[in-house]
Design a protein around this ligand. Structure first.
Ligand code: PMV
Length: 360
């Protein structure tokens, strides 16, 4: 089993003076949620997610060798313009990964990044953003060390992304990704995401995710604070045990294609995540009235039409509507007729399962 020290880069066999690399990396939506962490971005429980296809970050990394004067040097451009707000986040990320990537101080970087989704959509860009940046960094390392194997390339990319933002480690490779050690998932690790190892039932092929943008504002409580509140949380231990059980159950569901069970686990996980927020101290609520309106409409539509649609939530008010591709037309009609009114400015994004980061 790989340990943290296996991710410290080896001696380099090449000299690279300058160049540029570009990767896109998608967002992901968790089915079994990660909420609570230990030191060093180690998750308190394992999680599993669908990788998205259209919601992604595209990041170009240009690098030029400089004197290693003991400091990081970078310019950050967001949609072509300098974005001061991101500098601190990037600086912290570089500091965290420096021990694994000691070559970082040998270069000046220009990081040019953009998202395919509107930046004030309430969709967290940290997963796709940190994954895209990590893909670029590992590509630079591969240029310095061309013997690197493909397996190591993706494992280390995910390992680095995790240090940027936990869930980002699930945005590197694969359609369904597990992060966190679980007894029944071969190869699973707390250090990086792994592709779900079994064959996935065709019911989940091109599974659809329509993201209803209920509230596009800044979250009142960040994920970092939320994770922290799981320390000394009265239900923490039961919750972490439940996530292990739900992951075992959803593994069978993904193999057998049982959509009713899929719906039960996915919706229960979403509501449990928010229940953890409501029962922490201090407590908080990220759902909005329209989140609940949408959930009730989905339940009514499902019970009346028997269409296998369900919802999940991330750490915010937006609703992800999940459904198989073969009911796409009727679900989109339902969304347009009954749910759009609950979205801010009527906005929603149609996405589906994707495959992970792509070199451009
Ligand atoms: O990766 P973070 O620290 O932003 O946490 C994300 C947590 C959830 O989105 C709520 C759940 C998950 O597993 O993605």
């Amino acid at each position: 089993m790989l340990s943290e020290k296996d991710f410290i880069s080896k001696a380099f066999s090449s000299v690279i003076e300058n160049g540029s690399i570009q990767w896109s990396a998608p967002s992901n939506i968790a089915l079994v949620k990660y909420w609570g962490k230990k030191e060093n971005q180690i998750p308190a429980n394992p999680s599993i997610s669908f990788t998205l296809n259209s919601c992604k970050t595209i990041t170009k990394l240009a690098f030029a060798q400089k004197q290693n004067n003991g400091t990081f040097s970078f310019d950050l451009l967001f949609e072509g313009k300098p974005k001061e707000d991101f500098n601190l986040k990037i600086q912290k990320f570089l500091e965290r990964i420096e021990i694994y990537c000691p070559y970082l101080k040998d270069y000046h970087f220009t990081i040019d990044t953009e998202n395919t989704f509107p930046h004030s959509s309430g969709i967290a860009s940290s997963a796709s953003g940190m994954a895209a940046l990590s893909m670029n960094i590992i590509s630079l390392e591969k240029e310095l060390n061309p013997e690197m194997t493909d397996d190591y390339f993706y494992q280390k990319a995910s390992f680095l992304a995790r240090l940027g933002s936990g869930s980002a480690c699930r945005s590197v490779k694969g359609s369904v990704v597990v992060w966190g050690k679980h007894n029944e998932i071969e190869g699973s690790s707390d250090l990086f995401g792994v592709e779900f190892p079994s064959t996935i039932h065709t019911n989940f092929k091109n599974y659809q995710d329509t993201i209803l943008l209920v509230d596009k504002g800044e979250k009142q409580v960040s994920s970092t604070v939320g994770h922290d509140l799981m320390h000394n949380h009265p239900f923490a231990e039961q919750r972490f045990a439940q996530a292990h059980d739900n992951l075992a159950s959803i593994k069978t569901v993904l193999e057998t294609g049982n959509l009713n069970e899929f719906i039960k686990i996915t919706e229960s996980e979403a509501l449990t995540l928010h229940a953890m927020m409501m029962t922490s101290l201090p407590y908080f609520i990220l759902m909005k009235p329209n989140t609940l309106e949408i959930i009730n409409k989905i339940w009514k539509f499902r019970s009346e039409t028997k269409t296998p649609i369900c919802f999940t939530l991330d750490a915010g008010a937006n609703v992800h509507v999940l459904y198989p591709e073969n009911v796409r037309v009727e679900v989109l009609q339902f969304i347009a007729a009954e749910l759009v009114g609950y979205c801010q400015n009527g906005q929603y994004i149609c996405d589906e399962i994707g495959t992970g980061a792509i070199k451009i």
